[in-house]
Ligand binder design. Structure first.
Ligand code: F6P
Length: 344
């Protein structure tokens, strides 16, 4: 059995651990031959591969980033009717591959599902710091991003308290508010703003003012995809993101002057950015990613094609890709209500 491993989309702490887990299980236990594609679909297109074996993955479980590289290069046109799947399968055959392990988030797993529908033998490994992928309770990388963001909250709080300022921290998450919700809860934020539940400026100012009235300084955590209810927000940062969409970042910079004007409290904005994706994964992410890799190698052995190795409770289960993709896993109302009652 010859297995190709390919990462696609933004990196996520734990990807190295997942490749290591899959390689040690696949090569040493199941006797597979394994090969990694450099920079995702870019390496597939350009014929750039590296052999995967025990020496290639030694010492990698605690290392951030991904040694194979990743990119947002797409494997085929998004207009599916125009895709020549025969040519794609022929390219897979050129590499001598029997199966693919695809490590990625929503976009990558949607591609995995399409490839499966067209006869390519794939297993998906879910990763994204955004935690917005269905079919799994948590994606690896999320726990690391949350712990970095909650450390940032702790640090912003001490300087905010010293100056009696309101501090606004913007975290990633794209269209989902999971990082903001968990980091905000962990850091005891007085307001957590997520894309799923727009709030008005008046409401945000009321929370900030009531914190000040108790003699404290407010900490507001805002997810990058949040938009104020009823407001017409301009995209302030130039350029496009890796998906060719207008870059969303900048919401904290928009919000801070509005809060300052609405409350009279000096307010500062911090955009955490890619710090959230960098550095060593937490122990939780290393374990989750390693178990995901092991489960994916076992799934290849059993030929459970078209599945995603997702976390369900404390077990890694194989979930049909078609059930995992198609809609974002967003913050549900009860999880937001849980924290909202304590805002202000
Ligand atoms: O999907 C992961 C993520 O970090 C999002 O939270 C963020 O919006 C996006 O990727 C940033 O993309 P890029 O690294 O291409 O700027």
């Amino acid at each position: 059995m010859r297995v190709g491993v390919l990462c696609s989309g933004g990196d996520s702490p734990g990807m190295n651990a997942a490749i290591r887990g899959a390689t040690l299980r696949g090569v040493d236990v199941h006797g597979f031959e394994m090969v990694g594609f450099v920079d995702g679909w870019r390496g597939f297109r350009d014929g750039e591969t590296v052999p995967l074996d025990r020496p290639a993955v030694r010492g990698l479980s605690g290392v951030g980033g991904v040694f194979l590289g990743t990119s947002r290069v797409a494997p085929f046109s998004s207009v599916l009717d125009e895709v020549d799947f025969d040519a794609f399968r022929a390219r897979v055959a050129d590499y001598g591959l029997d199966a693919f392990m695809l490590i990625g988030g929503n976009g990558t797993q949607t591609v995995a599902s399409i490839l499966h529908d067209h006869g390519v033998q794939v297993i998906g490994l879910p990763k994204t710091i955004d935690n917005d992928l269905g079919g799994t309770d948590y994606t690896f990388g999320f726990d690391t991003a949350v712990s970095i963001a909650s450390e940032a909250i702790d640090r912003l709080r001490t300087t905010g308290d010293s100056h009696r300022r309101c501090m606004v921290l913007e975290v990633m998450g794209r269209d989902a508010g999971w990082i903001a919700l968990h980091a905000g809860m962990a850091g005891g934020a007085q307001a957590i703003l997520v894309p799923e539940f727009p709030e008005s400026l008046e409401q945000v100012c009321e929370w900030v003012t009531s914190v000040r009235d108790r003699g404290r300084s407010a900490m507001v955590v805002v997810a990058e995809g949040f938009r104020l209810a009823g407001a017409d927000h301009a995209v302030t940062r130039d350029g496009l993101d890796g998906f060719g969409r207008p870059r969303l970042g900048g919401v904290a910079e928009q919000l801070a002057p509005l809060i300052e004007a609405g409350t009279g409290i000096e307010t500062r904005a911090t955009v955490l950015g890619h710090v959230q994706r960098g550095g060593a994964p937490t122990a939780f992410d290393r374990v989750l990613a390693t178990r995901t890799g092991i489960a994916a190698a076992d799934a290849v052995l059993r030929g459970e094609w078209g599945t995603l190795a997702g976390l369900r409770g404390d077990r890694i289960e194989l979930v049909p890709l078609a059930e995992a993709v198609g809609r974002l896993k967003t913050v549900p109302e009860d999880r937001y209500a849980e924290v909202r009652l304590n805002f202000g």
